[in-house]
Write a protein that binds this ligand. Sequence first.
Ligand code: GMT
Length: 384
Amino acid sequence: MKIGITCYPTYGGSGVVATELGIELAAAGHQVHFIAYSQPFRLRGREQDIAFHEVPVSNYPLFEYPPYDLALATRMAEVAAYYELDLLHVHYAIPHSISAYLAREMLVRQNRRLPFITTLHGTDITLVGLDHSYLPITRFGIDESDGVTAISSYLKEKTLQEFHPERPVEVIPNFVNCDVYTPLPDPEREAGRARYAEPGEKILVHLSNFRPVKRTGDVVRIFSRVAGELPARLLMIGDGPDRSSAEWIAHRKGIQDRVHFLGKQSSVSEILPLADLLLMPSELESFGLAALEAMACRVPSIATRVGGVPELIEDQINGRLFPVGDVDGMAGAAVELLRDPERYQAMAEAARHTAQTRYCASKIVPLYERFYERVLSGSAMAKG
Ligand code: GMT
């Protein structure tokens, strides 16, 4: 198939999923074309056989807000016509589904068919879509899509409850390439850990876009309590609006030398396996991709029982779950686990097992391929 993919190319879970999907689809022999305002960050160095088409956005003085959605629709229609795309797959409803709708309608005039699929990732429904000004257009984008998927059962239910869409929503969960995200052999792991920690120190990690929903302040507070009990370091991967307040909390607590802010990293698969635990105390996660990537590397998570997270993490089996804001509970659980090697090993093994048996790319990507075929054949996608 010839597939166009649009996503937010900068840092964020939906862009990561879209990029990893494009890489897997290309490896399976499909022709993949990314259409976005910049090259998706995880594509760098892995772009073999994948085309990238930048969306140029002109900025005339008249435009206080450059019309990216229109520039994107134009580029989608051009790329679809020049490369004879079979379909478009857009990640994150707003504005991508609306641009895809415009591109599809533009192509009708050239007697070309360009069905599009929208994958909902979370904040497009839970935050953006429920902002009153965006709600009607998000619903329109969903209903006009030729196929709609959501990355967890939680998100599907939330979409049905809040939007009452006419279009059926199919759950295709997020995935991880278990060969890329994999535990490191001991000597390599020890050498990697030595870059951040002294021998005998535990390593905790957090990976996000540092938006308020991630509660990065809680990450530092949890770590501060853990570091009070045992020798440990915290790796903070990513960047975003709450980074400076997280840094401030680390300084205020006097643990700044133990907290390493690594900024945005394009190869997190090289860092995650160095850690002992991942902290994900988010206010909300429709899925929690960072936890899945860590689990594939045999790193269990201490997380919050929110959104789609309990579909991925089973408390006491492959990780730990707590109410939002329960800093003491999460810190206590981390210390308990790190002091109990037998229990820790069992949980780390269970985490990897969950990733391998339920969320491996080899299991999930074929679900997308079958979904594409169904959309192309026009079956099973009828509006309700
Ligand atoms: O979490 C974010 O702020 C980014 C957002 C995105 O769309 O880029 O993430 C959402 O999609 C990820 C990939 O499907 C999910 O793993 C995250 O749970 C989801 N975030 C939220 O629901 C807050």
